[in-house]
Design a protein around this ligand. Structure first.
Ligand SMILES: C[S@@+](CC[C@H](N)C(=O)[O-])C[C@H]1O[C@@H](n2cnc3c(N)ncnc32)[C@H](O)[C@@H]1O
Length: 363
């Protein structure tokens, strides 16, 4: 395990922007945290909006116009196809870690929180859990937000990439670590969190077991993750680029030793590790404002922007592994992007939030 502060490659622009001011440029923010999906404990499936879809919720400004920048002279990252990738444990993870990807992750953070009413988690987390761990923390935005909201908690975020900010709340720090290696933390945690992990691990069940072992009795763990392939209202549009992209990505990710459907097994992983009182909630993210209601239109605006920004990076290595050239991938991705903008295509992603407790006493 390496202290992140000893590794070059930080994004200082990002660091100065956050936590002093949240970095995303989203016009619906004030309302988004108040968004609710109705009276149930999780939203029902989206339904198609039969009305005009010209008035849509939009994200103001461009993610790409942000002032965040990554000084590549400070980085010791691996470069490929104009993107950079982590150097520590090179090749373990197939998405980039450059400024564009960091911006996408910070936007995706907004999406994950807006989807649950502006919160960082759905678990009944006590006011200031003593020790908190965020595995595969990315830019660290969740860990920093948690540290700010729980000033008496000590928060640690770990990741393969040293892309977290330098200026942090005193109760937050980052370490470079592979979550699939043996964990060496000397003290147990009271809350462990992991989000968007679907591309990260060869053996996610083993990570869940390690997390269980490193929780204090009565401690909580929450995972938040997406289930691919996407679903559709009505018949699946099998001739569309979006449908084909989903199928090809499932195949390509499998060849890389990962699965984008792991989330459907999380409850079993939790149970087998020893977690009890497990709660699982599903949320739905439409690809465009085709679904009725402000909640779904807002979630869709963020999800669409997230995917438009991330499609190429997700596809480069995965579809490259299936034999497609970077040029073919980029052309294909343009077709997929068009499908994301098409409100006649009623596709959505299912996203699961799941938490459970380590029993107070061994069972
Ligand atoms: C999709 S990002 C999610 C980041 C963060 N959890 C969030 O939701 O904003 C996945 C992150 O996991 C990290 N990662 C991938 N494999 C990992 C591993 N084996 N151990 C630790 N971090 C890993 C990547 O470097 C990347 O930052």
């Amino acid at each position: 395990m390496t202290d992140a502060s000893s590794v070059v490659g930080r994004d200082d622009g990002h660091a100065t922007q956050y936590p002093l001011a949240p970095s995303t440029t989203v016009s619906v923010d004030q309302n988004a945290s108040l968004l609710s999906w109705g009276s149930g404990s999780a939203p029902s499936l989206p339904s198609v909006d039969g009305e005009s879809q010209t008035e849509t919720t939009s994200i103001s400004g461009s993610m790409r116009s942000s002032t965040m920048s990554l000084d590549s002279s400070l980085c010791h990252f691996v470069e490929e196809n104009g993107r950079t990738y982590h150097r520590y444990k090179e090749g373990r993870y197939f998405l980039p870690n450059d400024a564009a990807e960091q911006e996408r992750l910070d936007l995706q953070h907004q999406l994950f929180t807006i989807a649950i009413g502006g919160k960082l988690y759905i678990a009944p987390v006590p006011e200031n859990p003593k020790r908190v761990l965020d595995i595969a923390t990315g830019t660290g935005i969740w860990a920093i937000d948690f540290a700010v909201q729980h000033p008496r908690s000590q928060v640690i975020g770990t990741d393969l990439s040293p892309i977290q900010p330098q200026f942090l709340p005193e109760n937050c720090k980052f370490e470079i670590d592979d979550a699939e290696d043996e964990w060496t933390f000397s003290e147990p945690f009271d809350f462990i969190h992991g989000r968007a992990l679907m591309s990260c691990f060869n053996d996610p069940a083993a990570v869940v077991r390690q997390a269980f072992a490193h929780l204090a009795p009565g401690g909580l763990m929450e995972f938040q993750d997406a289930l691919f392939p996407m679903s559709y209202i009505g018949e699946a549009p099998t001739a569309s680029a979006l449908y084909r992209w989903n199928q090809l990505m499932m195949e390509g990710v499998g060849r890389l030793g990962r699965s984008w459907s792991n989330v459907q097994h999380y409850r079993r992983y939790f149970e087998e590790a020893g977690f009890v009182d497990i709660v699982e909630k599903r949320f739905y993210w439409p690809t465009s404002p085709w679904a009725k209601g402000l909640y779904y239109k807002t979630v869709a605006a963020y999800f669409q922007e997230d995917m438009l920004a991330g499609l190429e990076a997700m596809s480069l290595k995965v579809l490259g592994g299936l034999g497609m050239s970077p040029r073919q991938i980029r052309e294909f991705v343009e077709d997929v992007k068009r499908d994301f903008l098409d409100t006649n295509l009623h596709a959505y992603l299912t996203v699961t939030y799941i938490y459970g407790y380590k029993p107070q006493y061994p069972l």
